[in-house]
Design a protein around this ligand. Structure first.
Ligand code: MG
Length: 323
């Protein structure tokens, strides 16, 4: 009787396993870059699609395991991004212990869920010593996990490519002392628009680097896609670690047709894309309403327009993982 009951229970668990619960890291393993393409452990091309959390210091309530699980199971994300604010208030410079705690909650949950996770140094300025301290700690703790991707400079604002490049070489060198292989994402000037400058003079002597291109589709259109195409043709590996359908301010109306053109461009070129952001501010780019629970389980009525659209896009292109 007991066995029958356990069997019945096991069947129920299988039935109630939510869609999208596939372990994508078990499938793809340690990522690597071949030419300009992100590849899995076997050297086959892979495209990651998912969501970025908002600044941890402004929306800490979503930095928990429940939210990560929900993004995997219901949204079909194969990657999430922990955007650790460095500045201003309550960021890493002011509260490093609290900031690391928030990042680790997301990273640990992503590892448990079997998806990839970007540890994003969410800053617009160069803070070299702080970045080295932080990434040394992350690489020591997480370097052995294939899940982890490091993003060492979210969006350089006023720095030249030479300055970003020199900073990046230092931080990459620090990470590589502890972690020889995980993917590292490098920023480019002007909020990750100037990928052509990186393409003309990329970093030398390191492996498994990719360069970030960010778009906000109501502002950035064909000319930025052309720049991305130029960079790819020169062999620069690109990763869209932040993107969305509204203006670059994160506000204003969605431009859905431009957004779709961007997603099609990314898909045609095998470029991974992450949408901004899991937060509940009164702005277009925050995908959630204040009614959304902190730990997932979001209903249709908890999603803003950008959230409904982002979820539909991620689910559509990650359909193969939604078993
Ligand atoms: Mg490693």
């Amino acid at each position: 009787m007991k066995t029958v009951y356990s069997l019945l229970l096991a069947c129920m668990v299988i039935v109630y396993l939510p869609a999208g619960a596939q372990n994508v890291v078990r499938q793809h393993g340690q990522l690597q870059v071949k030419g300009a393409q992100l590849c899995n452990q076997k050297g086959e091309p892979v495209v990651l699609r998912g969501m970025s959390f908002g600044w941890h210091n402004f929306w800490p309530r979503f930095y928990n395991g429940g939210a990560v699980q929900w993004l995997q199971q219901d949204w079909g994300c194969t990657v999430v991004r922990a955007a650790m604010g460095v500045e201003p208030r309550r960021g890493y410079k002011q509260d490093s212990a609290g900031s690391v705690r928030a990042v680790k909650a997301v990273v640990d949950a992503a590892i448990a869920a079997g998806i990839y996770v970007i540890i994003d140094w969410h800053s617009h300025n160069i803070n070299l010593e702080e970045a080295r301290t932080f990434f040394a700690q992350m690489a020591q703790e997480y370097g052995q996990y294939p899940n982890v991707i490091y993003e060492i400079f979210n969006e350089p604002e006023r720095q030249s490519w030479d300055e970003v490049k020199a900073y990046s070489a230092e931080v990459i060198g620090t990470i590589r002392k502890w972690d020889p292989d995980n993917i590292i994402l490098v920023g480019s000037p002007h909020w990750d628009q100037d990928v052509h400058l990186a393409a003309d003079a990329p970093l030398q002597g390191f492996s498994n680097l990719m360069y970030t291109l960010h778009f906000y589709a109501a502002t950035h259109k064909q000319s930025l896609r052309d720049r991305g195409t130029y960079a790819l043709k020169k062999g620069l590996p690109l990763f869209i670690s932040e993107s969305a359908g509204m203006e670059a301010t994160g506000n204003g109306p969605l431009n859905e047709s431009e957004w779709l053109q961007w997603i099609e461009w990314a898909e045609q070129n095998g470029v991974s894309w992450v949408t901004w952001s899991v937060s509940d501010k009164d702005e277009t780019c925050s995908v959630l309403l204040p009614s959304a629970a902190s730990d997932g389980g979001w209903k249709e009525t908890d999603l803003k327009e950008s959230g409904k659209k982002a979820r539909a896009l991620i689910r559509k292109y990650n359909k193969v993982y939604l078993k």
